[in-house]
Structures are given as C-alpha cells and as structure tokens.
Write a protein that binds this ligand. Structure first.
Ligand SMILES: Cc1ncc(COP(=O)(O)O)c(C=O)c1O
Length: 390
C-alpha cells in the first residue's frame, strides 16, 4: 500500500505543533507558537455570537461575505490609500495560510522558482512543494537580518515566476524599509514576476518602524497579491479568517484553487472580523503599545539572563543567539528546554536551507501576558548554570 505521495516528502510535522505538544506534555510555558494567550476584543466576540444566532451558519460565498470584502477594502484604503474593488479584487480565505497555498498552487508550475526569505515561515516550503515549485532562498543573516540585495538579484533565473515576501518578517522581526521594498519592486518589474506579500503582522510594528505594503509602490499594485488575516491583528488566531487582495486576474486565479481546497469557511466569524477591521484607531494604537511593552519585558529579561538579543522591529517574536550561555545548537536547546526549565521556544534552524546561518538562533514569542513572561524569565534564569555544565 502506498502511504505517501512525493508531494509531502520531507514535510514532517510543523515545528509549531511539535513544540506546542512538547510544551503541553511537560506543562511548560509556551513561548514557542505565536498565539496570544488573551482573546481579542469583546465587541468582536459579540458580533460572532450575534452572527451564530442570526442565521450565518451555512456556506458563505466562496470569495467571502460582502460585508467582510467591503471591510477589507475599507481597511486597505484607510491605512494605505489602496483602492480595491470588493467584488473582484478580494478573496476571503481560511487564514493567510490558505491564501498563500492557493496563490502558489494557482501561480506556480512544476519547476518554476519562487524567491523567498530564509528563515522562512514553514508553510511556504510546503506550499511551494505542493505546487512542484523550487524555493530559492535569500538569507536574512544575524545580527541585523536585512536582505542582501545582490543576493536577491543573483537569485533570479529564467525559471523565476514569483517572489514570496514577508514583512514584518517572522521569525526575525525585520520590517522592510521603503528602499528595500523598492529594490524588490525593481526586480519584480524588471523580470515580470508576481509578488505574493504576506503581511499578517501589518499592525505589529514598534517605535518608528511602519509597515509599507509593497502594493503601494509604483508599478506593484498590478502584480501583487497582498495576504493578511484577522488572527494576529485581533488576537483570534483560531478563527482562521484570512484574505488576499490584488488585481482581479490574480485574485481570480487564487480562487480557482481555493474553491476546491475549502470552498469557504468560518461563516459566523466573517461578519465579526468585518466589525473588527472597522475598529477605532485607538484599538490599533493600544494593541501596539501593549505588544511593545511585552517585547521590551521579554528582550530585557533575556538580555539579563545572558542571551544575545536581536530586538524585533515588528511581529510577535524576539530572536536570541544562545552561544553566550554555552549552547550552540538551537534544535538541541529547544528540545531540551521544556523538560529542563519548563519553557518552550522555537529553533530558527528549521527555517533555513543554510542550516549554519540559523543553528545558534532561537525564537521566543512575547504575545503572552506580562505575568507569564515574568514567570518564563524566572525559570530561564537557571540556564546559565546548565549551559556551563554542558
Ligand atoms: C508569517 C506568517 N504567515 C502566515 C501565518 C498564518 O496565518 P493564519 O493563521 O492566518 O493562517 C503566520 C502564523 O503564524 C505567520 O507567522
């Protein structure tokens, strides 16, 4: 009996599921997976309850309910000045994950090359592989994790069809500047490439750093599929309401795959995310303030313990180099950590083809309550002794 196809070879179990299961087994504090430990705003939950009680329980239209598509276009205009047609230039998906997978399935042929940052979000690897594509990584290296634009240009070949961009970037926290985005735009335009831009952390930037959608750059709206979701912005990661926006031709292509993956999902949650997208500016400002405080709490604490800390410009995650504490392999470190000190984290290494570039790096999520972060830091204080005894 054949029990697996070539399409799933090497994919294994996602590190996030593996580390969350390990955290649960050992009752460790889970600073691994990027989900908040506090639910999003009450008015959004109330909207979902209302929808459940008022008949939003059957299939929604395949491209999403009209009020959510309109809310998404209003959001793109309000924050970025982008004008989109809610009927043809928006698709609601089962999280950003499905939008990315459907985009890759619809736009990439076997043998086509897709340029992607490494460390990469692991569903990109799977999505490219499902489509039969070949990933061409551009490595973000410590300590600053900026893209090397020469490497980017060198990565383009006659087989390149798409750039899969992610900013704010998971796991490094890099937020691409306008100049960096312009370099990507130049390459995309010069080589006539599609850009799939994963912007799920669009509202999670800190200090002076601001998210700029690449679709706002000259010549890019017509070749970019912008992907986001309500999970991170509104702390409802379990709802899996995502979307893609872009030119009708690209959105239409994405829907061709999406209709046969899930067709549609989350009917009662779609009106609630439509409400959420219309939240006051104060919601977004307060969310960023709170996450900034949690970022600083975690980064300061990890630095005090002795890690080299790379303070993120955006996202839910801080990265550390573990070598100052006497460890050198992030996978071994993270596999042992829950048992040894009762905290779970994620090794960068599994997100690189260039394993050495990620070997000593570990990612910690700070989308957790301050008391939980404090307790995790208290537990981690025993690490320097453990490192020296290794
Ligand atoms: C960069 C990135 N893209 C996409 C996703 C998945 O988003 P969703 O839960 O909306 O599918 C995540 C979740 O962690 C992520 O970090």
């Amino acid at each position: 009996m054949k029990t697996s196809s070539a399409r799933i070879q090497g994919l294994g179990t996602t590190i996030f599921a593996e580390m969350s299961a390990l955290a649960a087994r050992t009752s460790a504090i889970n600073l691994g997976q990027g989900f908040p430990d506090t639910d999003g705003p009450d008015f959004v939950i109330e909207a979902a309850v209302d929808a459940l009680r008022s008949g939003h329980n059957q299939y929604a239209p395949g491209n999403g309910i009209a009020s959510l598509r309109k809310a998404i276009t209003d959001h793109q205009r309000r924050f970025y000045g982008l004008e989109l047609d809610p009927d043809t230039e928006v698709a609601v998906t089962t999280g950003a994950t499905e939008a990315i997978a459907a985009a890759l399935l619809s736009l990439v042929d076997p043998g086509d090359e897709v340029i992607v940052f490494e460390p990469y979000y692991d569903s990109y690897v799977a999505g490219i592989q499902f489509a039969g594509g070949v990933r061409k990584p551009v490595t973000l290296r410590a300590p600053d994790f900026r893209p090397n634009l020469d490497e980017l240009r060198a990565a383009v070949t006659a087989r390149t069809t798409a750039i899969l961009l992610n900013s704010p970037h998971n796991p490094t926290g890099t937020v691409l500047t306008r100049d960096e985005l312009a370099a990507f735009a130049d390459v995309a335009i010069e080589h006539d490439l599609v850009v799939i831009s994963d912007e799920v952390y669009e509202h999670l930037t800190f200090g002076a750093h601001r998210h700029i959608p690449i679709a706002t750059l000259p010549g890019m709206a017509e070749r970019t599929l912008t992907v986001s979701s309500g999970g991170k912005t509104f702390s409802f990661t379990g709802w899996k309401i995502g979307w893609a926006t872009g030119p009708a031709q690209l959105v239409g292509a994405l829907l061709s795959s999406k209709q046969f993956l899930t067709y549609t999902s989350g009917s009662p949650l779609q009106p609630a995310i439509a409400e959420a997208l219309g939240a006051d500016d104060s919601y977004f400002a307060q969310f960023t303030r709170q996450l900034t405080a949690q970022r600083d709490q975690l980064c300061d604490g990890l630095r005090d313990i002795g890690f080299d800390v790379f303070v993120p410009e955006g996202t839910f995650f801080a990265t550390t180099d573990i070598r100052p504490l006497g460890f050198d392999d992030g996978v071994e470190f993270c596999m042992a950590l829950p048992e040894r000190v009762g905290v779970a984290a994620i090794p960068h290494q599994v997100f690189y083809d260039d394993i050495d570039a990620g070997r000593p790096l570990v990612r910690w999520a700070f989308c957790k309550r301050p008391d939980i972060i404090a307790e995790a830091l208290r537990r981690l204080k025993t690490l320097p002794d453990l490192g020296r005894s290794c």
